[in-house]
Ligand binder design. Structure first.
Ligand SMILES: *[C@@H]1O[C@H](CO)[C@@H](O)[C@H](O)[C@H]1NC(C)=O
Ligand SMILES: *[C@@H]1O[C@H](CO)[C@@H](O)[C@H](O)[C@H]1NC(C)=O
Ligand SMILES: *[C@@H]1O[C@H](CO)[C@@H](O)[C@H](O)[C@H]1NC(C)=O
Ligand SMILES: *[C@@H]1O[C@H](CO)[C@@H](O)[C@H](O)[C@H]1NC(C)=O
Ligand SMILES: *[C@@H]1O[C@H](CO)[C@@H](O)[C@H](O)[C@H]1NC(C)=O
Ligand SMILES: *[C@@H]1O[C@H](CO)[C@@H](O)[C@H](O)[C@H]1NC(C)=O
Ligand SMILES: *[C@@H]1O[C@H](CO)[C@@H](O)[C@H](O)[C@H]1NC(C)=O
Ligand SMILES: *[C@@H]1O[C@H](CO)[C@@H](O)[C@H](O)[C@H]1NC(C)=O
Ligand SMILES: *[C@@H]1O[C@H](CO)[C@@H](O)[C@H](O)[C@H]1NC(C)=O
Ligand SMILES: *[C@@H]1O[C@H](CO)[C@@H](O)[C@H](O)[C@H]1NC(C)=O
Ligand SMILES: *[C@@H]1O[C@H](CO)[C@@H](O)[C@H](O)[C@H]1NC(C)=O
Ligand SMILES: CC(=O)N[C@H]1CO[C@H](CO)[C@@H](O)[C@@H]1O
Length: 851
């Protein structure tokens, strides 16, 4: 996969922000959201009017501003007035941030319009002061926090740029776009500025930023800031009394090399430069920043050597991120660092073959990522030193040996040991673990009858050598959402649900049992899983009829069903076709018989014209549950289209596939098959279908692959198929088709093998001419033949190229969305979980209002 595996995502930042609460947490965080601090006097009338004007410009579907009425604006929600002067000094209208992550719910929607400014204009006009430069009358406002709302408008002009009294400006994730106005240079009181998550549209902070000599915090992460890091740093306030403490530039298009200064930003405690294009060496001044707590240089092109005397200067360091760079860490084997880290991100570096011995002293670590670092063994101390850690990731190494029996005493909530060479049996899991990744190892033997981890949400054991049956205890894990046991040698039946003694999990969202040796009928246990979205039972020995899909809607939101290569028989139950989320149905290589039900065309998820509104995507967007992890499963399942085995990444949520090949279906292709307009791949090959290809097939404009070969289909190829421009693969061979092959944009351009075995077909690419209807073109002749041959050769090459383009697109195409969740990789998911947990704890600690 070319996709970088460990980009420390935005969620990680949030996680670690939660972790290191004091960092990047604006002063507003401590303001109670319902201001109980009303002063004796009521608020200043002008300010009240100004606030009402602001309110009038909001769409407020959740009535969050319901308290904004009455005389005393100081008692309104989100407002705080000064006891001394009575001025509104804080305005906090932050959108809600569930779990520290914005889920775009309960937001103030709408435009912050100019009515406030308009109000002032009027007043100015009356007083005949300089027109067009009105000041907002919230003259005492010090803290403005409107973060996490959705304004979707230009960042300037905007009323708040004229409030020079502000010391805190927090407009994180507000959907503002455009460049920051020069006026910011007049806001000399600013101490904390949070722009994160808005779109500065490839610009940079203006040079007037230099004036902000009081600036302590600048958060420009993920703002589409573009340019050279030196130029950017030159625009930072560099006053003699330089106060800058926290600088966040991660996730931007910043390149160049870091400047080598004599006078560094001596007060810096947090420097976040991850996911930028910065190159070159880390200049020595960074290692003189002895107050540094949070240093994140992950995912850059930084290179050079980091030595122990450099790292050793940073005595207060809690967060160290150097992962996915070209840096080499060279420290002596007995080095004991002066710091006690809480989070270490050293993934995708060369650290191995040993776990760096200096980590042994880091007993406070909560979060450890040393995946993909060429480690081959894990020392015994590892399991002890990190027994209290919350998040452990050592995936993608070559670690051999057995998992310790003491695993169950560890505190980890997320543990990724996947993609290693662990052997032996699966031990009991850490008691509180929710996410356990063990896929792609060499674990063997039976599964434990009790995992000892009742909070498991995700369990992935695919690609091991596990044998025996699936213990029924798996299905009594009441929080389990993801179960992947694929590619093992498990056998026997999937245990049934014993409603009384062993109530089944109802939370399952993803079940992957692909490629085992499981048998028995279709596992009825899944009937009790109303949230199931993804069910893959392919390549097993399951047999018998599919259960009648009940009126009560068995598996109501199933989006993907793969039963490929089993021994299922009987008809396709029509009830199945009532499912309105099924976007991927693969019943190939079974013994299904009977006709293909006409009601198949009612599979509405395959008939959506716009986008793939499959639940998968929707849930990913709204971030519910553990669905993020589904993406992991997309990586693992392979789909046969275009005659190739593909490993899909998240792209699979955009694959619409209907594969009934290699069964014993009889009868005709449903006449209205053209209704399934979203289909990308249709494979009815190797059945006993007869009748004609329905004319409606020409409506399947998205179709990239069509295989109707090895049936008894007769009649002519419908001319409507000429319009299938997306079609990359066609196979109509070995049927009873007749007549001329349509000559449209694509149909004539396929290889003759697409059509062979149909005695009645004629015209290119077949050599057989349509005599009787012959035109000049079709007349035999060396010249023409040669021309045709080179034409077909060209087309074949073109076809191969376009096939690759399509394959590559399928593999790598990701659609950028503003939300950072859309293509969250598995790493992010894990982090999301730890965030969730951590935030829950913090919420409790701080009171729900403050997060
Ligand atoms: C302001 O007044 C409120 C109640 O009168 C009091 O609880 C609060 O401590 C005062 N704040 C300051 C900064 O004096
Ligand atoms: C400040 O207010 C004036 C008057 O409304 C306006 O023209 C100007 O654009 C404002 N500045 C910014 C940066 O919004
Ligand atoms: C960054 O800004 C450029 C220029 O305005 C824009 O085309 C691009 O879409 C922006 N990128 C993102 C990720 O918003
Ligand atoms: C880094 O630079 C490369 C080209 O050199 C560009 O393709 C890529 O998008 C840049 N990445 C970021 C995060 O700016
Ligand atoms: C930075 O400059 C100092 C002396 O001014 C020099 O010793 C050091 O090697 C330079 N470092 C880099 C990374 O250029
Ligand atoms: C492992 O790290 C290397 C660079 O050291 C990187 O190219 C590769 O993509 C990483 N692999 C994974 C699975 O992240
Ligand atoms: C598991 O979680 C419980 C409740 O939060 C806690 O009391 C216990 O110490 C945890 N156990 C371990 C091994 O961390
Ligand atoms: C699969 O199970 C069948 C019995 O159901 C058994 O005969 C066969 O040997 C098993 N295959 C493997 C590879 O274990
Ligand atoms: C599709 O569903 C509708 C409504 O349930 C039904 O009336 C119609 O007969 C179905 N079409 C087919 C071909 O079964
Ligand atoms: C259609 O299915 C058959 C049997 O499953 C398979 O061999 C063939 O490659 C598939 N066709 C395409 C175009 O993927
Ligand atoms: C010739 O064309 C006619 C009608 O266009 C068609 O019915 C007939 O099958 C064609 N003959 C051949 C050999 O293609
Ligand atoms: C510019 C402006 O109108 N300023 C007014 C803001 O409100 C205070 C207090 O009411 C007035 O004194 C200012 O004149």
């Amino acid at each position: 996969m070319a996709k970088p595996r460990f980009p420390p995502p935005e969620t990680l930042k949030i996680a670690l922000l939660c972790l290191l609460l004091s960092l990047f947490s604006p002063a507003t965080a401590s303001i109670p959201s319902a201001a109980s601090t009303s002063s004796d006097r009521s608020c200043i009338a002008d300010e009240r009017a100004a606030l009402l004007a602001i309110k009038a410009t909001f769409l407020d579907p959740n009535s969050r501003l319901a308290s904004w009425q009455g005389e005393d604006c100081c008692s309104w929600w989100g407002i705080r007035c000064s006891n001394r002067t009575g001025h509104v000094i804080k305005l906090r209208l932050r959108g809600s941030r569930d779990d520290c992550l914005s889920l775009y719910r309960n937001k103030l929607l709408g435009e912050m319009s100019y009515s406030l400014v308009g109000l002032q204009k009027l007043r100015c006009g009356l007083r005949k002061t300089v027109p067009f430069l009105p000041r907002s009358n919230l003259t005492g406002l010090k803290v403005l926090d409107i973060s996490e709302n959705r304004f979707y408008k230009k960042i300037a002009p905007n009323w708040f740029w004229n409030i020079t009294s502000l010391s805190v400006l927090d407009i994180r994730s507000c959907g503002f776009y455009g460049s920051i106005p020069d006026e910011i240079g007049r806001m000399a009181s600013l101490e904390e500025v949070y722009f994160q998550g808005n779109d500065l549209m490839s610009t940079m902070i203006p040079s007037s930023f230099k004036n902000l000599c009081n600036l302590k915090v600048l958060d420009l992460r993920n703002t589409n800031t573009t340019g050279d890091i030196r130029e950017l740093i030159e625009r930072l306030p560099n006053c003699p009394w330089n106060k800058l403490q926290q600088l966040g530039l991660s996730h931007n298009n910043i390149g160049g090399t870091l400047p080598n200064w004599s006078e560094p930003l001596a007060n810096l405690i947090a420097l976040l430069l991850s996911n930028t294009n910065i190159t070159g060496a880390i200049p020595s001044w960074i290692w003189t920043l002895t107050k540094m707590i949070y240093l994140d240089l992950c995912s850059n092109k930084l290179n050079g050597i980091v030595k122990e005397d450099q790292l050793g200067n940073l005595i207060d360091l809690l967060f160290l991120g150097l992962g996915n760079t070209h840096l080499q860490i060279k420290v002596s084997s007995n080095w004991i660092p002066p710091f006690k880290l809480q989070a270490v991100l050293l993934y995708s570096l060369q650290l191995g073959p040993e776990v760096p011995p200096w980590l042994r002293s880091q007993t406070s670590i909560q979060h450890l990522q040393i995946a993909n670092t060429s480690i081959t063994t894990i020392p015994d101390w590892f399991w002890i030193v990190f027994s209290r850690a919350d998040f452990l990731d050592v995936a993608y190494n070559q670690i051999t040996g057995m998992l310790p029996a003491t695993l169950e005493f560890m505190a980890a909530k997320t543990m990724d040991l996947s993609n290693n060479r662990f052997t032996g049996e699966v031990p009991k899991f850490p008691i509180n673990v929710t996410y356990m990744y063990l896929q792609r190892n060499s674990l063997s033997g039976p599964l434990p009858s009790d995992f000892g981890a009742s909070l498991l949400v995700s369990l992935t054991l695919s690609g091991n050598l596990l044998s025996g049956t699936i213990p029924s205890s798996v299905f009594s894990l009441e929080h389990l959402e993801i179960l992947d046991l694929s590619r093992n040698i498990l056998n026997g039946e999937v245990p049934a649900c014993q409603e009384d003694s062993n109530p089944c999990t109802r939370q399952l969202v993803v079940v992957n049992l692909n490629s085992n040796n499981l048998s028995g009928g279709f596992p009825l246990i899944f009937r009790s899983c109303p949230r199931l979205v993804f069910l893959d039972l392919s390549y097993n020995q399951f047999s018998g009829n599919l259960p009648l899909w009940m009126e009560e809607k068995f598996l109501p939101i199933l989006s993907l069903l793969r039963l490929r290569s089993n021994k299922f028989s009987g008809h396709i139950p029509t009830e199945l076709t009532k499912n309105d989320q099924l976007q991927f149905l693969d019943l190939a290589e079974n013994y299904f018989s009977g006709s293909i039900p006409d009601s198949l065309v009612n599979l509405s998820a395959m008939a959506r014209t716009s986008g793939y509104s499959a639940l998968l995507n929707e849930i990913i967007l709204t971030g519910q549950g553990a669905i993020y992890d589904i993406i992991l499963f997309y990586e693992l399942i392979s789909v046969q289209t275009k005659g190739q085995q593909l490993e899909f990444s998240s792209g699979i949520s955009r694959v619409v596939n209907l594969d009934l090949s290699k069964n014993k279906f009889t009868g005709t292709i449903p006449r209205d098959i053209g209704a399934l307009v979203a289909l990308k791949s249709l494979n009815f090959s190797w059945n006993l279908l007869n009748g004609e290809i329905p004319e409606t097939i020409g409506q399947l404009k998205q179709l990239e692959s069509l295989d109707l070969s090895h049936n008894e289909i007769s009649g002519e190829i419908p001319s409507s198929m000429q319009d299938l421009n997306a079609l990359g693969t066609v196979n109509l061979s070995y049927n009873n088709l007749s007549g001329r092959i349509p000559r449209g944009n694509t149909m004539g351009s396929y290889d003759a093998s697409s059509y062979i075995g149909n005695i009645g077909l004629c015209g290119p690419p077949l050599t057989r001419n349509c005599f009787g209807n012959a035109t000049n073109e079709d007349l035999p002749g060396n010249h023409v033949d040669l021309e045709h041959k080179s034409l077909y050769l060209g087309m074949a090459i073109g076809f191969v190229l376009s096939l690759w383009v399509i394959l590559c697109l399928l593999l790598f195409k990701t659609s950028w969305r503003k939300s950072y969740f859309t293509f969250v990789d598995r790493q992010q998911k894990k982090i999301y979980v730890s965030v969730k947990i951590r935030c829950a704890i913090l919420k409790r600690k701080l009171g729900a209002n403050n997060l």
